[in-house]
Ligand binder design. Structure first.
Ligand code: UDP
Length: 246
């Protein structure tokens, strides 16, 4: 982790910054060609890390972990170490695409189903015409086959978005990042589906009411099992708060 102010929530260190400040930090690192690993974490991810040592090890390799969920911001308040705001992975990715458009950066997309990826490329190449999409691969590949990493080594993209879902995307980035000279590597979960329109983002009203998670649950009911992590997260944070005597 880098020398920025951090707030630890159940042993996961989150960057203390607004989205705009964070995008600025990432841009600086891009200019300096500093390899960077970004994790976007919500309560489910924090619980996954607390309940799975292997996954926590992958998170420990990240340069920045951003609070992608209102639950993280709430937990930070309960623990008396507030974070400035929610930094949604989806919105951060869009800001980085904007940056790539302005500065003609080179982008690689890894993940999601082929038809989602095709749609993502179609939409982003028209919305961000000056950004250079140098390569892409769908998220259903054999990890033993080195061709994806060889391609990224050769293309040297500035930004590599990895949408394999957690924990796979963090595992893939941790296991491969040493092979590359440069690049901002960011795990973005279902964001390719979001941009391609395969999964709809909650309307702004729902986002403002902090119930985007409920919208996702209604859209993808199969997520309910994963979401059982949320009450466990709340319980664990409140237990820690009681221990700290706030
Ligand atoms: N995915 C993939 N390869 C796999 C499994 C999933 O590329 O082996 C993709 C899936 O198509 C989707 C994304 O990973 O685009 C995961 O989205 P999800 O919403 O489950 O991720 P989360 O945001 O919950 O981490």
């Amino acid at each position: 982790m880098n020398s920025v102010h951090q707030v630890s929530i159940l042993n996961v260190p989150f960057i203390h910054s607004t989205k705009a400040e964070f995008v600025e930090i990432v841009h600086e690192r891009m200019k300096q060609q500093k390899k960077t690993f970004i994790v976007t974490a919500n309560p489910e991810i924090v619980m996954m890390a607390n309940e799975n040592e292997g996954f926590m090890k992958y998170l420990n390799r990240a340069d920045y972990i951003i609070p992608d969920g209102i639950g993280i911001v709430k937990a930070a308040n309960w623990l008396n170490k507030p974070l400035p705001e929610r930094v949604a992975g989806f919105d951060t990715m869009k800001d980085l695409l904007e940056l790539a458009n302005t500065h003609h950066y080179r982008v690689y997309f890894l993940g999601a189903k082929q038809e989602v990826l095709n749609e993502l490329i179609r939409i982003t190449s028209s919305q961000y015409p000056h950004m250079e999409i140098v390569g892409s691969h769908n998220g259903f590949f054999n990890w033993e086959d080195p061709s994806i990493q060889e391609e990224i080594q050769e293309l040297k993209p500035d930004l590599i978005f990895v949408a394999l879902g957690a924990p796979m995307q963090e595992k893939w980035i941790s296991q491969h990042i040493d092979l590359f000279d440069k690049g901002i590597f960011m795990g973005v979960g279902g964001s390719f589906d979001g941009i391609a329109g395969a999964v709809k983002r909650a309307p702004v009203v729902w986002q403002k009411l902090n119930i985007e998670w409920l919208y996702r649950l209604i859209q993808q009911p199969t997520r309910w099992k994963r979401m059982l992590a949320i009450p466990r997260f709340v319980f664990k944070v409140l237990k820690q708060k009681a221990k700290l005597g706030h």
